[in-house]
Design a protein around this ligand. Structure first.
Ligand code: SF4
Length: 316
């Protein structure tokens, strides 16, 4: 690991200003992804701005009937909160489907949203990777791509967004709140937060340089059966091959988003009108533009079957 300097600012705006004034500075909270990346020298920050002391660790009701989740709420605490368990079951289930108990104790809400891809070529510094080193090429395109994206990818990068929590937040229509170095605040719908790679796969999100996430707001609860189903290569501590976050009502209407298939949580709202007809009409529309590789075409059928299982679960 390369040496770096460290500071603990007093307010969110001070933290953003500290990152803004130091070239190649990074925020650190739980550190569950960043420290791994630093040890591998994939990330080499010169300065770390520790945001753990900023008090952004509350879950509070909003005047609209929803909840405002502080950026530093630990994943374990969010999944265990009685309001989340009662009214946002899809979110609680998605969080406990991710990582391990120890990691969830440490990982934060904002950090979970910002975790980087788990494409194996991204982590292997002997391989070309446009996301790690822009312009170097993509080792996965002609390599092993079983885990990687079937939709939303580009010729530059076919990596998936690896998280579970954000897939549930996408189906809940969550909004991300930020502050910048001048104290300016901004709200970003989760649907606009994670970027598709295009020809700039090194940029994962629409956050501006030095902008700090302060909270995630959940709208008022959506009635229906909340389901999160995750299919993976082993029963725990593995990323999704395919996951489904769904809220399904008795009349057959509902919402659904998919994880493990794209560079961001993948939701096509127009397809949700077909939920009452079964899984296939929905996944045919959701994946109409899919371009799977020879290794991962199985994900299309797996997504249909995972959604079918969720629909059966809701009926039961
Ligand atoms: Fe890098 Fe993306 Fe290619 Fe993986 S898929 S090697 S992250 S450019």
């Amino acid at each position: 690991m390369k040496s770096f300097t460290y500071e603990r600012p007093g307010t969110p705006a001070e933290a953003a200003a500290a990152v803004a004034r130091t070239p190649n500075a990074k925020f650190i909270a739980g550190g569950t992804n960043l420290l791994d990346l630093m040890k591998l020298q994939i990330e080499t920050p010169t300065h770390l701005v520790d945001v753990n002391g900023l008090g952004l660790d509350k879950i509070e009701p909003t005047s609209e009937g929803g909840l405002r989740v502080g950026a530093l709420v630990r994943n374990t605490d969010l999944a265990a909160d009685v309001r989340i368990r009662r009214d946002y079951g899809v979110l609680a289930r998605a969080i406990v489907a991710g990582a391990s108990g120890q990691l969830r104790n440490r990982a934060t809400t904002a950090g979970n949203l910002l975790q980087r891809t788990r494409c194996p070529y991204f982590y292997d510094t002997a391989q070309p990777c446009n996301k790690r080193q822009p312009g170097s090429g993509c080792g996965a395109l002609d390599g092993i791509s079983r885990q990687l994206a079937v939709v939303g990818a580009s010729k530059s990068c076919i990596a998936t967004y690896p998280g579970d929590m954000a897939v549930a937040m996408r189906v809940l229509d969550a909004t991300i709140e930020t502050v910048d170095a001048r104290g300016g605040e901004r709200k970003i719908p989760l649907s606009e937060f994670h970027r598709l790679p295009g020809d700039r796969p090194e940029v994962d999100t629409t956050l501006r340089p030095s902008e700090l996430i302060t909270a995630v707001t959940l709208p008022k609860p959506v009635p229906g059966t909340h389901i999160y189903r995750k299919v993976r290569d082993r029963a725990s501590y593995a990323y999704a091959l395919v996951s489904v976050a769904a809220i399904l009502a008795k009349d057959g209407s509902g919402r659904v988003a998919f994880g493990g298939v794209a560079p961001r949580p993948w939701r096509v709202e127009a397809a949700e009108a077909d939920l009452a007809k079964g899984a296939k009409p929905v996944t045919d529309r959701v994946f109409a533009d899919a371009k799977p590789t020879h290794d991962n075409a199985f994900k299309l059928k797996l997504a249909e079957r995972t959604l079918a299982a969720a629909l059966n679960q809701a009926k039961a």
